[in-house]
Design a protein around this ligand. Structure first.
Ligand SMILES: [Mg+2]
Length: 246
């Protein structure tokens, strides 16, 4: 596939995660198995630390939310403060996280609790390493919570590849152009000076409507694009195909 030129006026890149910076299979093939294998040990060795307490607290809030919405949940309380039996409390956390993963939930607290080191920033760093556009800012817009996003990039195998800022669906749905207008406003960069990268054509369309420049990312496991979409959008299969003008 040929390289794609990011317009010279681009001052900010806005990146989707799943299917874009990270293969769509990553969460199920890499992240979940990792969590399954390491969560209990991780909790045992960090149980008394503030960060871990904070993560368990997040999970607890999610369970409360689940209960409010009457979702089936394997247990009714995860609270470090009320448990005197640490082992039992840890087992409960593990059990809940595994249940959430099996149910394919968007597990904010669970991902945080895993404290896992993950890949995902490899291609992202390449953009930053291009050097051609020193003033270029990188933002993330994903349906995964901002906490989970920071974790993903903060613990990438490449080390901390933290971006300038993160957005989740609190700013609006990814298929609505208003969301992209809000992001542009919040980061203080006009829409036409932002390039959005995503694997989903409906998101691409919404961003385009808001005036952003769009590049579609084609990776194994992503949704098939129609012929029309393929000819309409700039496509890359790897970030290395992005040419940043200086
Ligand atoms: Mg995506």
């Amino acid at each position: 596939m040929a390289s794609v030129c990011i317009p010279a006026c681009t001052r900010a890149l806005l990146l989707d995660i799943e299917g874009t910076t990270t293969p769509i299979t990553f969460v199920k093939d890499v992240l979940f198995p990792y969590i399954r294998e390491h969560l209990e040990d991780h909790l045992s060795s960090h149980w008394e630390e503030d960060e871990c307490k904070q993560d368990v607290h997040l999970l607890k809030k999610q369970i409360e939310e689940d209960m409010r919405q009457n979702r089936a949940c394997p247990m009714h309380a995860v609270d470090q403060t009320v448990h005197t039996d640490e082992e039992k409390a840890i087992r409960e956390v593990v059990e809940n996280v595994l249940w959430q993963m099996a149910a394919d939930r968007n597990v904010h607290g669970a991902q945080a609790a895993a404290g896992s080191h993950v890949e995902g920033g490899v291609l992202f760093r390449r953009i930053k390493g291009c050097g051609a556009a020193p003033g270029l800012k990188v933002f993330i817009y994903s349906s995964g919570s901002v906490e989970a996003q920071k974790l993903l990039f903060g613990y990438s195998v490449d080390g901390d590849v933290c971006s300038t800022g993160h957005f989740d669906t609190n700013v609006g749905a990814k298929v609505e152009s208003k969301s992209y207008e809000s992001i542009a406003e919040r980061i203080g960069v006009p829409p036409e000076e932002i390039t959005f990268l995503t694997d989903v054509s409906r998101e691409a369309k919404a961003a385009e409507e808001a005036g952003l420049n769009v590049v579609l990312v084609v990776r194994p496991g992503n949704l098939e694009l129609t012929e029309e979409e393929r000819s309409h959008y700039s496509l890359v299969t790897s970030f290395s195909q992005l040419q940043l003008s200086g």
